[in-house]
Ligand binder design. Structure first.
Ligand code: FAD
Length: 495
């Protein structure tokens, strides 16, 4: 069978064209609609376009790169039926099925982009009334044989090192790690930049964020280099400081691999195996390696599976009845409109790089949105478009579930709401901030601290049956200045 292979822009790695697909003609479609129908971050458009064009350049005659209004038109121009992998979004999945009914797609193969099939996950989930990431993750480790002994027990006797992996930043306020890997741009980047400039001038796209040097890997060779540099330089400090923030260090010990992973350039099992090997050869501590494997084979695979498993209506959950529109300064990425140092820093990262690390996403951006009651669906759209690694499948569990508790506890056991004291403990932001994390009322009242109590007050009724919220709610009941806090936060229009 020599049916050509149609690859989406998030299926760029060699594992998407191996086995009996090796050597087949490949078609890539640059769909104008896919670029223009939402306001993506400028640097995200760059990464996706550059990834496709680099692959086309690399594989030469094997690849036909079609520029068209949309996928359907692109395939029509290509002119012969294609085989495809199951796509990574519902919209693309619907399209591919329609194209199969029409004979344009001859076959839909399972995606090799994740370690487990949807059917297999459905079976795992079938007899459970609660889905716990931890259960799934342990099952993954056993199934895939990562960091497990022959008897299926975890190497080192423990599955979970979260306790060791939640350290505040070191006192000297710097992590002693080399700068992260960064790519060298080439003529394809130049072309992409010129094309995007032209599209923006012609009003065909109106991206958010600023342009900047490309920071993430878009080819297989780059992705391998980025992975190796992470494993060599950062994995040994990845664990303890996973949750820490430093205002002058946007990357900390993070992997910066979400872009190449989500573009399909790295095989997640291979990434996890390489990390595990670093423990086995003694070059990285178990807690760090476990913490990283947990992200790759646990969290990442978990949110992928939940995207399909929880269904399209999951996005409509709004258990806390959050109904504030996401403000303009947020959508337009205007950090200069923000005073709180933590929030301004995270938003600056999104504007300048389309990136913020996990704890900035969850405990600064997400926490703020949760406290202020921004509409979950709008927020989801924002996370999916304003970040370089944003894709539809990542959103529901992370935004609706984890960060906004809009599902009422399907994904997280309690809302990730926290006051300024948390930010102060885990970062060096507060010392440089005009607000004081200890102050609840007045000019310098920290919007996170006051916002936390106002959030609890607003949602006390909805959260009262959650036993993990008992202590915070008891604290709320004892707060003597609560009326003043609530009144102030109700009127606050500056953060
Ligand atoms: P590291 O912190 O070094 O982690 C290593 C890898 O683990 C990441 O590259 C990623 O592939 C994976 N990973 C870890 N946690 C998650 C998770 N919860 N979900 C999925 N993958 C995970 N991740 C995205 O890939 N795209 C997104 O659009 C995205 N949006 C998020 C929005 C919110 C509100 C939250 C709370 C999390 C989001 N995440 C998203 C997850 C996580 O924050 C990013 O994967 C991570 O910050 C990417 O940076 P890194 O590669 O340096 O990751």
């Amino acid at each position: 069978d020599e049916t050509p292979l149609w690859l989406f822009a998030d299926q760029l790695g060699p594992h998407f064209r191996g086995g009996d697909l090796a050597g087949r003609p490949i078609v890539l479609v640059e769909s104008a609609h896919a670029f223009a129908h939402k306001r993506f971050h400028r640097q995200k458009l760059h990464l996706v376009l550059a990834g496709m064009r680099q692959l086309a350049a690399e594989l030469g005659d094997q690849v036909t790169l079609v520029r068209a209004e949309n996928y359907r038109a692109g395939l029509a121009e290509f002119g012969s039926p294609v085989v495809v992998h199951e796509p990574h979004s519902r919209a693309a999945d619907r399209l591919v099925r329609r194209l199969r009914d029409e004979g344009v797609v001859t076959e839909i193969r399972p995606t090799p982009g994740f370690t487990r099939s949807k059917a297999d996950f459905a079976e795992w989930a079938r007899d459970r009334h609660r889905y716990l990431m931890e259960d799934f993750y342990r099952d993954q480790r056993r199934r895939l044989g990562i960091l497990v002994e022959g008897d299926g027990e975890p190497v080192g006797g423990r599955w979970n090192f979260d306790h060791e992996n939640r350290k505040p930043p070191p006192k000297q306020r710097t992590l002693d790690v080399p700068k992260p890997w960064h790519p060298r741009e080439n003529e394809i980047d130049e072309q992409v930049r010129a094309d995007l400039d032209r599209m923006a001038r012609d009003g065909r796209i109106s991206p958010v964020g600023v342009d900047g040097p490309r920071r993430f890997a878009v080819t297989r060779a780059e992705a391998r280099r980025a992975l190796k540099r992470f494993l060599d330089d950062r994995l040994p400090t990845f664990g303890p400081y996973q949750d820490a923030m430093l205002g002058d260090d946007w990357a900390m010990s993070h992997a910066l691999l979400s872009v190449p992973l989500n573009l399909g350039l790295l095989d997640p099992l291979d990434v996890a195996e390489q990390a595990a090997a670093r423990y086995e050869d003694g070059s990285a501590p178990l807690a760090c390696v476990e913490g990283f494997v947990r992200q790759i084979l646990g969290w990442r695979e978990w949110v992928w599976q939940l995207y399909w498993h929880l269904g399209p209506d999951y996005l409509d959950h709004n258990r806390l009845q959050a109904c504030e529109p996401v403000p303009r300064w947020w959508l337009e990425l205007e950090p200069e409109a923000v005073t709180a140092h933590c929030l301004r820093t995270a938003l600056t990262g999104v504007r300048d790089r389309g990136y913020a690390h996990h704890i900035e996403r969850l405990m600064v951006l997400g926490n703020h949105a949760l406290q202020r009651g921004y509409r979950p669906r709008e927020l989801t759209e924002w996370f999916a478009t304003a970040f370089v690694d944003g894709f539809p499948w990542v959103m529901p569990a992370n935004v609706i579930g984890m960060s906004q508790y809009a599902d009422g506890g399907i994904v997280a056991t309690k809302p990730y709401a926290a006051g300024g004291a948390y930010v102060n403990r885990m970062s060096d932001h507060c010392r440089r901030c005009e607000f004081d994390p200890k102050v609840r009322v007045g000019e310098n009242a920290c919007p996170f601290t006051a916002g936390y109590w106002a959030f609890l007050d607003r949602n006390a009724g909805r959260l009262k049956d959650n036993h993990r919220m008992r202590r915070p709610l008891d604290g709320l009941a004892r707060l003597s200045d609560l009326p003043a806090v609530v009144d102030q936060e109700h009127r606050r229009d500056h953060f």
